[in-house]
Ligand binder design. Structure first.
Ligand code: COA
Ligand code: AMP
Length: 632
């Protein structure tokens, strides 16, 4: 008998427009769409072309009007500050209205960009929703990125205003956001007209007169005005208008601004919340990621709030805040039904608590499933989690570009048998193909490039910000008619997908997507460096860690250890601590093909201590011995 998943997938396949129009009925539109896809609009089509809506209305006002006002919208659990805070839907709406009023006073209007550089606190969600309320386009920048990265995004998004906070808190140190923000504005060619900065009690910062505004002062003023009747309405936008830009790593040093629209995004995320994650309104959902990543955008903020769930916003780590039982403590304390995290977090917990004893100390009776994504879930980690939790552990696969799962095992539609090592099957909306170099479909179980037949579904990126050509070149030209995911893998006889890794130079460090090309640009900026290549080496905890192979200029007389330290510092300073660039290997020459292509795969095999064959095309085989010696 066909499962509900198979029925759902077939229903979508037979009538994609009908499928998504039905899903669109769950959204409150200011003008309901009359058709699903305009195949002639945009690069590959646009969803709900004549619909009008407001995402903030659907995430907040709607629930308050429906009587959900006293339900917690956010539970902020912050072991790093020793605080917990419950924010109801009604309170969140009040905060969002106040900030939207302040943004309006500072000149922010529909279509303007606003950058948000903030830690994991409720005000970050307030900031995103206040932008959405006004039809302004937010761009959240992850706190672990350095000033220069922030500056690149400022120049690309050209924001009218930036929202920030005085500090973020990492277990071992306070991250001073304000000096980073000041430096980024100094480095950027585009200058925002104002900033709003939240002073956190843990570390207050100095403000720049005339440019920086104190969040609390603006909030008090706006509250006072709202009390005496100031209205801060939701601004209707086209379904196809951008809701946000989220920058992600590509192969070059310039990050790509993934654009998300309003209408299709709401339809897809709302649908995914129960169909894939099996979570209904009123239930507690926790994505243990960071708001700065796509997982945070989709499953800390938008999907749970659109659905009327309670979302947990966790400002801490899986280990060390204070111990490896932290996740289970949060699950038990807040009645989390579904937890979503990256495998690296589970590997970290397992390392500290190999027998899973800490999980046994908490009441996990309301906990139903663990979802994993962001990097390949290795079977050992999966087995450990299954045995420790005695719950389904569900791998699923997607990207910043897609915005929601491309392949999963849908809990809400009914779980299919779990195959370890596979993130499941194609979700409705996605027709997944594995193609060889010529664009021909591979046989079942045969490796190839994973591609998705166009059009992409609602919620997936329609384009890149200010870079439509880059969107076409980077994603749509390799296989005409398909979106190329840059992941390689295969599909088995039963339709289960296996994702084996990136086919480009993007690496995955602790579930964070990073560009080796960008690191190479940073390393090459050192005056002693003649040539370099950064590759991802295997790491038991973080999946991959960057390793830089460096050839020095011949005349250079500087101490090697000193150069290594400087290179590590340069990458940290330019890209940020999140790059976790801590290993430099100095070699005499890089192994290359006769046409000059660096043999990255061979270098990776050497540093991972994997067997390899010396490629026949190698220019100088002695380079291999050199790398071997240097790696040790
Ligand atoms: N602001 C500033 N710095 C940050 C930061 C932030 N928001 N987030 C991380 N960093 C810093 C960390 O302090 C660390 O700096 P350090 O070199 O001074 O120690 C560096 O960036 C790397 O951080 P992280 O990747 O979190 O690794 P970690 O070593 O601190 O922690 C684990 C290890 C196991 C906790 C980690 O693997 C983990 O759980 N990561 C989160 C996974 C995740 O959420 N992925 C998102 C996709 S779902
Ligand atoms: P990001 O855009 O940061 O979400 O990173 C997306 C990339 O992470 C994908 O292209 C994959 O390479 C990798 N990834 C995400 N989820 C999985 C998964 N479940 N299995 C294997 N790789 C994954």
């Amino acid at each position: 008998m066909a499962s509900r998943y198979h029925e759902g997938y077939e229903a979508w396949r037979k009538d994609p427009a009908g499928f998504w129009m039905k899903a669109a009925e769950n959204i409150a539109w200011t003008k309901a769409p009359t058709r699903a896809l305009d195949a002639d609009a945009g690069v590959y089509g646009r969803w709900f072309p004549d619909g009008e809506c407001n995402t903030c209305f659907n995430a907040l006002d709607r629930h308050v009007e429906a009587g959900r006002g006293e339900q917690a919208a956010i539970i902020h659990d912050s072991p790093v500050t020793g605080t917990k805070r419950r924010v109801t839907y009604a309170e969140l709406l009040r905060e969002v209205k106040a900030l939207a009023a302040s943004l309006t006073d500072l000149g922010v209007e529909k279509g303007d960009r606003v950058i948000i550089y903030m830690p994991m606190i409720p005000e970050t969600i307030v900031a995103m929703l206040a932008c959405a309320r006004l039809g302004a386009i937010h761009s959240v920048v992850f706190g672990g990125f350095a000033a220069r990265e922030l500056a690149t995004r400022i120049d690309d998004a050209t924001p009218k205003l930036i929202l920030s906070a005085s500090c973020g808190i990492e277990p071992a140190r306070q991250v001073e956001y304000k000096p980073l923000l000041d430096k980024a504005i100094e480095l950027a060619a585009h200058k925002p007209r104002a900033t709003i900065v939240l002073q956190r009690p843990e570390l207050e910062c100095t403000m720049v007169e005339g440019r920086d505004h104190d969040w609390a002062a603006l909030r008090d003023k706006a509250f006072a005005e709202i009390v005496v009747g100031r209205d801060v309405p939701c601004v209707p936008v086209k379904a196809t208008d951008p809701l946000y830009i989220l920058y992600t790593s590509g192969t070059t040093g310039k990050p790509k601004g993934v654009v998300r629209d309003n209408g299709g995004h709401m339809v897809a995320l709302h649908w995914s919340m129960d169909a894939i994650f099996g979570t209904e309104a009123g239930e507690v959902f926790w994505a243990a990621s960071d708001v700065g990543w796509v997982v945070g955008h989709s499953y800390i903020v938008y999907a749970p709030l659109l659905k009327g769930c309670t979302t947990v916003l966790y400002e801490g780590k899986p280990i060390g805040t204070p111990d490896a039982g932290a996740f289970w403590r949060v699950v038990a304390e807040h009645g989390v039904k579904v937890l979503f995290t990256a495998p690296t977090a589970i590997r970290g917990i397992r390392k500290e608590d190999p027998d899973g004893a800490l999980a046994g100390q908490y009441d996990l009776s309301r906990f139903e499933a663990l979802f994993l994504a962001g990097e390949r879930a290795d079977p050992e980690t999966l087995i450990w989690a299954e045995e420790t939790l005695d719950r389904p552990v569900i791998d699923h696969w997607w990207q910043t570009e897609s915005g929601w799962p491309i392949a999963a095992n849908p809990k809400g539609l009914g779980l299919l048998p779990i195959k370890r090592g596979s993130p499941g099957v194609a979700m409705p909306g996605y027709e997944i193909h594995v193609l060889d170099e010529t664009g021909k479909e591979t046989a079942p179980a045969e490796m190839g490039a994973i591609a998705v037949k166009l059009p992409l579904p609602p919620g997936a990126l329609p384009t890149l910000w200010n870079a439509e050509d880059r969107f076409r070149d980077g994603y749509l030209t390799a296989f005409p008619g398909y979106y190329s995911t840059s992941d390689g893998g295969f599909i088995d006889e039963e339709g289960y997908l296996y994702v084996m890794g990136r086919t480009d130079d993007v690496i995955n460090v602790a579930g964070h997507r990073l560009s080796t090309g960008e690191m190479e640009e940073a390393v090459a900026a050192h005056p002693a460096v003649a040539e370099c290549a950064v590759i991802g080496m295997r790491d038991v905890m973080k999946g991959e860690l960057p390793c830089g192979f460096v050839v020095l200029k011949t005349a250079n007389g500087q101490d090697r250890a000193e150069i290594e330290r400087e290179l590590i510092a340069i990458v940290r300073d330019r890209i940020g601590p999140v790059a976790a660039f801590k290993r430099v290997v100095i070699v005499d020459k890089l192994p290359k093909t006769r046409s000059g292509k660096v043999l990255r795969r061979t270098m990776k095999a050497i540093v991972d201590h994997d067997p390899f064959d010396t490629p026949a095309t190698i220019e100088d085989a002695s380079a291999i011995d050199d790398v071997r010696r240097a790696v040790g």
